[in-house]
Design a protein around this ligand. Structure first.
Ligand SMILES: Cc1cc2nc3c(=O)[nH]c(=O)nc-3n(C[C@H](O)[C@H](O)[C@H](O)COP(=O)(O)O)c2cc1C
Length: 217
């Protein structure tokens, strides 16, 4: 296939962008189910599928989630000792609540995914640093990230807007309690608003390929 044809076939990738403003147009249940079905067709390590999606369509609950994020943000602020970093964090609360005007919010919870490095013991043969480096790959979270990306691409393909968000996850336990989600070992990994975009927009530019690509022959 020519480069042009390839680009055309990959159009669904380039159509996705982060959307932070939405119309009031509701999303049919059938579409929500199709999108979550697309999400759960993502690959996962050992096919563990250690994800769970909670779809919130209740406007009041969405506003209550915003309040929980704002309250937790306020609570965490004094714990940042560095003044500059504290100032920067203070300015992020708007970035962590951009789901506030969406008709739907999808919460993505990650469940346990124990790997061999969880069972390794630091000692003369293996240092804690070596074990920590192995744990750094976090395959359990990668599984949920793959499902999130499927969800975002599927939504964009059907004309809906999303925004992958991890900012608000510091209020994960409070949000889980608010929506009544309880599953042992599961925590909020990310969320996304879902709705019809209120306006056109574009993604910010990417780093040049040469900066992020190394081909080894
Ligand atoms: C793991 C992750 C966390 C993100 N968290 C937030 C967030 O909390 N709030 C937000 O507005 N955008 C968030 N974003 C969206 C990024 O800002 C956005 O993807 C990036 O600027 C590139 O823009 P694009 O998605 O339009 O291509 C997040 C994206 C990822 C992948």
């Amino acid at each position: 296939m020519s480069a042009e044809k390839n680009r055309e076939a990959l159009g669904f990738i380039y159509r996705r962008r982060s959307v932070r403003k939405f119309t009031d147009q509701p999303i049919p249940n059938e579409v929500i189910e199709q999108l979550i079905d697309a999400a759960i067709h993502a690959p996962s390590g050992k096919n563990q599928q250690n994800w769970h999606f909670v779809v919130v369509r209740n406007k009041q609950l969405i506003q209550d989630m915003v309040k929980l994020v704002e309250a937790k943000h306020e609570k965490l602020l004094p714990y940042i000792a560095d003044a500059e970093k504290q100032k920067a964090f203070k300015g992020t609360v708007g970035y962590h609540t951009v789901f506030k005007n969406a008709p739907v919010v999808v919460l993505a919870f990650a469940g346990p995914y124990p790997g061999p490095s969880d069972d390794m013991v630091a000692g003369p043969g293996l240092t804690q640093q070596e074990i920590d480096e192995m744990k750094q790959t976090k395959p359990g979270v990668q599984n949920v990230a793959a499902a999130m990306q499927n969800l975002l691409l599927a939504a964009a393909t059907l004309g809906y807007g999303t925004c992958w968000m991890t900012g608000p996850t510091y209020a994960g336990p409070e949000i889980a309690e608010l929506v009544g989600f309880q599953k042992t070992g599961y925590s909020l990994a990310a969320l996304t608003p879902l709705g019809v975009p209120a306006a056109d927009g574009a993604s910010p530019p990417r780093k040049p390929l040469a900066e992020v690509l190394t081909i080894v022959d």
